[in-house]
Design a protein around this ligand. Sequence first.
Ligand code: AVJ
Length: 319
Amino acid sequence: MNTTPQIYTTAFAEDVLEGLTAKKKHLSSKYFYDDNGSHIFQQIMKMPEYYPTNCEFEILSEQSEQILERLEFKGKFNIVEFGSGDGTKTKQLLQAFLNKNADFTYMPIDISEEAILILEENILTSLPEIKMQSKIGDYFEVIKDISKENTPNLFLFLGGNIGNYKKEDAFDLLQKFASGMKKGDKLLLGIDLQKSPRIIQKAYDDPHGITKAFNINLLHRINRELDADIDVSQFDFYCHYNPENGEVNSYLYSLAKQRFYSRVLNNSFTFQKDETIWTELSKKYSFIEIEELAEHLDFKVLENFLDSKQYFTDSLWEK
Ligand code: AVJ
């Protein structure tokens, strides 16, 4: 039997240790999406208060033909997608493109083979005639390969995931996408817009407690994966939209002075009463900020495709 203490080799373990020993505690929202968290996110998307999914679905169902025209691709092209999810929204765009006899190959990229298999099943069942070449692997490895070809590309980064990145991180991520793009390549970027603060507040601080459960799941995940003994009933959820900077910031906070122990991390963590753990940034953009971001990255904004309420944009950029 191996009796040496387990060393924390996973990124999750390392990040939890770093985040919960920091002066201001934090955990990354990317860890929301284990199996359980992905399931809770599905429920978030079904809530009437959570508008982004419906808005983007509307844009892609109703305006994909116009998006296709704006691309001005003459021959065949690739559609390269980052973070496709189950493909429900993308399917609207792909369907419209096929109806117009566009000659394209759909290339979703995901690090998880499981996710790709579910996506393939979903896409191919509804669109059996599509040319699909899934790529399993790291985004940037795959981008390098794709950029070697001469075929024009449309990159998709939908769902408003860019909102989870701080300004510099959003810039770095898009810069990496850009590094794989040729002149004339396009990027369709889903971005949630600034709007009535009450509407935004309600989408995140929902009355059903689903977003709370989504956050609390991070603590369950620590208990499960890092063999910890967090009393999750002693934490609550708080989030706040600041209309001055467009940021929703979300937190867990401790209802009591308490501690927990993780066997995997071989460490105890203490919390003061009301001490917070920052869990998520969900940034809402103004049109001016979108222009500035694009310009800074050397892109041209061709058009903002909006839903009828003008809550969300699929912003089409050209390299
Ligand atoms: C998946 C990042 C787009 O920020 O709106 C939903 C995640 N967080 N409710 C978002 C989320 C709380 C979501 N994104």
